[in-house]
Design a protein around this ligand. Structure first.
Ligand SMILES: [Zn+2]
Length: 691
């Protein structure tokens, strides 16, 4: 089967451009709840029209609902999905685990696609998503060819599909793991409001001015390879882009998929219409580093009118993608009948019997010409069967009208929605005030752990990176809440593309007597549970609403950190008793998780937390690199020591990264006396949350 060409649509014009230049599917956002809130998007009426337009043209239409949803928004998001389902949407693309579970419950026939915002980067995540009802998954853009192939193999085993990005912008951070824009000004990338932080000036020591700006991805010339490894859908990024851009990308890809290649000029046009100093395939070919970075230069911004005009030409008429068989019967004395067979439908229309020819009889050739006039429709002739008596005459207008009537009726029947209408869905979240009963401390290294005996902390757990624990000679023990010795919890890496490596790590932890892990990715959650570990959910799971807590607890996770993008007030919605919630109360929040260490653009990446990038205000953001992934930490730690009474969670989560031992001690002391001891700090998003 040919892979699907999936085009981004941020406006009506882009919709036409995508479909007319040959897309097999489009994805678009409604007026709310999608990852491109700044695109024009589609209101209710526009959405119905767009879905109908797609159906008429034999093109799939997917709705993006790919953001985290607040409890008080769930009802609206559910009903938006319901509206789209009733209008005939083919699937919705979802990030939020709570929303996904509620959709499955309320609209079981709705097809769910897992957004790239779910940070799927290893095969183990897929069985979890399948259980949650997902049919398709969009893996992270950061994967190499072999890693993507492993995911495709697992998808095929489970009867799922893989949709992979083939062209368009690359984020610096793994999607779903970027909190930079949110922490800078409350505009969350997980809520469709990314301010494009990675395009701002950030420099590594000895690096460039823009060390977070990656070139755009293009794998269009590797379409065959992608298809061979099992990618079912080729996704083009760019719902904020112009219609011309969409047309250029779709038509080039169309040509490559259909004929194996595209003219050189098509690729040149693609670069002219939008690029950042050219394109990259660095992740796919696994050649990371400096060459992947680029910004939009003045030269890049010059797109000539001539190019734009040429691109307009790509979407003047509908792409004829739907095969059609005609059968016409022309007999003396009998009504003229034309039958179309198309996609399992049979449409027949009739006209008055033909007349005897005075001079010239109608020929098969003329009939064929007349019936083949399907320009302006999505159909092309597959076969024409003509049953014609000699010596008859039919005016051209009669044949044309007959053809038009058949097409009209065919259009109508093809676009009827047959699924039952889902009625209004109600959902009312409940508020409940919880109180902090325990603390969980996360350390980055053993050396960082102070003696805390005298502080008598209400400790329920503490963690160290799994690799630190595996390498440690002596496993440190801290004193827990009721004076019992606590074993450390092992923090699994959030970036873990190879399940076998994770399994080996888990085995080593078992040998060391460790029985609990922090896991911030669906795949590592799954692998750890399978090995019998007790799992503490990491912030990477983006637990954003009460339904997400219920969903993750059904998988087997009963405690963890909730999303650090929730305000204190919003934590009151997380009322579910079956999950112990922890609030991120202290620490340099990891703003990005990236596979391309920006430090390498400069003097290099070496000591843990000693590398950094700086912005124009001379804020310093430390980098921590482990296992081929780099975390970019906030320049200032979040600290809400003076506000812990307002937190509606079961526990407080402390995240130590670059702090020295004595600093850790002072901070903990500060939290006991509810005083902020950090010199520079931020309240994170605790006050206002995110938009
Ligand atoms: Zn690094």
């Amino acid at each position: 089967m040919k892979p699907e060409i999936l085009a981004p649509v941020g406006s009506k014009e882009a919709l036409i451009a995508a479909i007319y230049s040959g897309a097999d599917g489009v994805y678009l956002g409604a007026s709310r709840f999608n990852a491109r809130q700044n695109a024009t998007n589609f209101g209710d009426n526009d959405l119905s029209e767009a879905i109908l337009f797609c159906k008429q043209h034999g093109v799939k239409c997917y709705l993006t609902l790919n953001i985290l949803i607040k409890d008080q928004e769930l009802e609206e998001a559910l009903n938006l999905s319901r509206f789209a389902f009733n209008a005939g949407i083919d699937a919705v693309i979802v990030q939020d685990l709570g929303l996904a579970a509620m959709l499955k419950e309320n609209i079981p026939q709705l097809t769910l696609h897992g957004s790239t915002q779910l940070s799927v980067h290893s095969p183990a995540a897929l069985s979890v998503l399948k259980e949650l009802g997902f049919k398709r998954v969009v893996p992270a853009r950061e994967l190499s060819r072999n890693e993507l192939k492993d995911i495709c193999n697992e998808a095929s085993r489970l009867g799922m599909e893989v949709e992979a990005f083939i062209h368009g912008a690359l984020c610096m951070s793994l999607s779903g793991q970027c909190y930079f824009s949110a922490h800078l000004g409350g505009r969350s990338a997980n809520r469709g409001l990314c301010a494009g932080t990675c395009r701002l000036p950030f420099s590594a020591k000895g690096g460039t001015e823009y060390d977070l700006s990656l070139k755009d991805l293009s794998l269009i010339n590797k379409a065959k390879e992608l298809s061979d490894i099992g990618v079912a859908s080729f996704k083009i990024e760019g719902r904020m882009k112009k219609a011309e851009y969409v047309a250029a990308a779709v038509s080039t890809l169309r040509s490559v998929v259909d004929t194996g290649s595209a003219p050189k000029e098509a690729f040149e046009t693609l670069e002219q219409v939008f690029s950042r100093s050219g394109f990259t395939d660095g992740y796919f070919s696994h050649t990371l580093g400096k060459s992947m970075f680029g910004v939009r230069t003045e030269q890049d911004k010059i797109t000539s009118d001539e190019v734009l005009k040429r691109l307009h030409g790509l979407y003047r008429r509908p792409f004829q993608r739907i095969p059609l068989d005609f059968k016409i019967t022309i007999k003396a004395g009998a009504p003229l009948t034309l039958t179309a067979n198309c996609q399992g439908l049979e449409i027949t229309q009739t006209a008055n019997p033909p007349e005897k020819a005075m001079n010239f009889s109608i020929t098969k050739e003329r009939i064929e010409n007349s019936l083949s006039k399907l320009g302006g429709t999505p159909y092309f002739i597959n076969k024409i069967q003509i049953d014609l008596d000699e010596g008859l005459s039919i005016p051209s207008s009669v044949l044309n009208n007959l053809r038009k009537n058949v097409i009209f009726e065919l259009d109508r029947q093809r676009t009827i929605t047959t699924t039952p209408t889902v009625p209004n869905i109600t959902y009312a979240p409940t508020l409940k005030k919880k109180k902090i009963r325990g603390w969980f401390l996360r350390f980055n290294s053993i050396e960082q752990i102070p003696s805390i005996k005298e502080l008598k902390l209400p400790l329920t757990g503490y963690s160290l990176p799994a690799e630190e624990l595996v390498a440690a000679k002596d496993i440190p023990m801290l004193l827990g809440a009721n004076n019992s010795g606590l074993l450390p919890t092992a923090e699994l890496p959030r970036g873990a593309t190879d399940d076998n490596t994770t399994i080996l790590l888990l085995n080593k932890l078992k040998e060391k007597g460790i029985n609990a892990v922090v896991a911030g990715n669906i795949a590592t959650v799954k692998l750890a549970l399978e090995k019998g570990f007790c799992v503490f959910g990491g912030f990477g799971l983006n637990l954003f609403n009460n339904q997400a807590l219920k969903t993750i607890s059904r998988i087997g996770v009963f405690k963890g950190v909730i999303s650090a993008e929730l305000s204190l007030k919003e934590t009151e919605y997380l009322s579910f008793n079956g999950f112990e919630t922890y609030m991120f109360c202290y620490g340099r929040f990891p703003l990005m998780l990236t596979r391309n260490c920006p430090g390498k653009n400069g003097i290099g990446c070496s000591a843990q937390g000693k590398c950094e990038i700086t912005d124009r205000k001379d804020e310093h953001f430390p980098l921590i690199c482990r296992n081929g992934f780099c975390e970019i930490l906030n320049s200032r730690p979040t600290n809400i020591a003076d506000n812990t009474n307002s937190i509606s969670c079961d526990g407080a989560y402390f995240y130590f990264t670059t702090e020295e031992k004595n600093e850790v001690f002072e901070i903990l002391k500060g939290f006991i006396s509810k005083k902020i001891t950090s010199e520079k700090y931020t309240r994170g998003l605790s006050k206002n949350g995110v938009l």
